[in-house]
Design a protein around this ligand. Structure first.
Ligand code: PMP
Length: 394
């Protein structure tokens, strides 16, 4: 698989690259890079507006991305955004502003990424809505507390798979419970779609947000899947070109499809690149890789524990291959710099989930997150890299 990814040809600090920062972003296969380069070389034009050949090719390339998204995730609607963050903000602005009122309850969890906390806090300031956070206990959402919090809830926002700990939440149960009280439900699937196939309609959420760059696609593009009922409840929040049907000096009418929420020139080359990534990943058996990567992560976890590290990731059978850990005395950043000197890329810090860090009682962790191209040899290099750090710091 690594041969599909040109970046693995480079050396980092004199060593072959061992890339274990996949929860932050994944590497891009040559077909994605080529598709974007080909677009700029031979088809570059703006979409939707002109009749010339290049505009037709650009529109076709961009809209192919939307069609692939709808097909792969079984959704009737796919609004293209700049990523998960914009998709969640879009729900807050386009749905939240017009459907939530003072005193209404939005249920979140302590495990959310900042992008699924801050937009709701901002909305709460504007509309005096109440935010309730489901606690995390021993790495799991407290579902009893969730049932209590659901009382009067209008919206439930849950991270499907945690970027910090790899935990895959019981989203099926959460969706069923939210629906039983008539609440709408938003899934942050940024770390879910890279690791498992999701049938959006079957799962039954109202909104699902994710980013291309975490599944081998380009940065700066993502999607919000919306079911028809919730779509009809949304009002556009960004006005401009492409989202209108007619504009007069007296007022405007809007498109009725996804374009209503995509004002302005979209991310055309990124759409073309994402379409190539979706095509590439459609040939990958995610389930088989999930098992393989989880088993590598589990053996990394026990090796780290043997070396005196605290590992926070439970690595249950459905969890993503993410190993978050700390050393009793070595600061995560010192650790990561010493690994980087050996060509090993890991992430450190709060991973945009400060409330979860507070819950774990740490200011940050070191996170090794695996993806499709990682293999046993990466785990070996990583562990010998760890030993080298421990030697240097002894
Ligand atoms: N949610 C989760 C769970 C994430 O891991 C991330 C990215 N780290 C985001 C949201 C935000 O994604 P983006 O920066 O692509 O908008």
């Amino acid at each position: 698989m690594k041969q599909d990814f040109p970046i693995f040809l480079r050396k980092v600090n004199g060593n072959s690259l061992v890339y274990l920062d996949n929860a932050a972003t994944t590497q891009k296969p040559a077909c994605v890079i080529d598709a974007m380069s080909h677009f700029y070389t031979s088809s570059n034009a703006n979409v939707h507006r002109a009749v010339h050949t290049l505009a037709g090719e650009a529109t076709e390339g961009y809209e192919a991305c939307r069609s692939l998204l709808k097909q792969r995730y079984n959704s009737t609607r796919a609004i293209i955004t700049s990523g998960t963050t914009e998709a969640i903000n879009l729900v807050a602005r386009s749905w939240g502003e017009s459907n939530l009122n003072s005193g209404d309850v939005v249920v979140l969890t302590e495990m959310e990424h900042h992008s699924d906390i801050v937009p709701w806090q901002m909305l709460a300031e504007r509309k005096a809505i109440e935010l309730r956070y489901i606690p995390v206990i021993d790495g799991e959402l407290d579902l009893d507390a969730f049932d209590v919090a659901l009382e009067g809830a209008k919206l439930v926002c849950v991270v499907h798979t945690s970027n910090v700990l790899g935990i895959r939440n019981p989203v099926e149960k959460i969706i069923a419970a939210a629906k039983s009280v008539g609440a709408r439900i938003l899934l942050d699937a940024a770390q879910a779609v890279p690791h498992e196939m999701i049938d959006f309609q079957q799962l039954g959420a109202d909104f699902m947000a994710f980013s291309a760059h975490k599944m081998c696609g380009p940065t700066g593009i993502g999607a919000l899947l919306v079911n028809d009922t919730a779509f009809d409840e949304m009002e556009p929040f960004m006005g401009g070109g492409d989202m209108i049907q007619t504009v007069t000096l007296e007022g405007s009418t809007y498109q009725t499809n996804e374009h209503k929420f995509e004002a302005g020139t979209p991310r055309i080359a990124e759409g073309v690149g994402w379409a190539a990534a979706l095509d590439w990943i459609s040939k990958v058996d995610l389930q088989q890789h999930h098992k393989r990567l989880l088993s590598i992560a589990t053996s990394i976890k026990s090796s780290l524990q043997e070396r005196g590290m605290t590992v926070y990731s439970p690595l249950g059978p459905d969890d993503a291959a993410v190993v978050s850990f700390t050393h009793p005395t070595i600061h995560p950043e010192d650790f990561a710099r010493l690994l980087d000197a050996q060509g090993i890329a890991v992430r450190t810090g709060h991973h945009c989930a400060q409330p979860l860090m507070d819950k774990l009682g740490v200011s940050g962790t070191i996170r090794a997150s695996l993806y499709l191209y990682n293999d046993d040899s990466d785990a070996e290099v990583f562990l010998s890299g760890i030993d080298r750090v421990l030697e240097v710091m002894a």
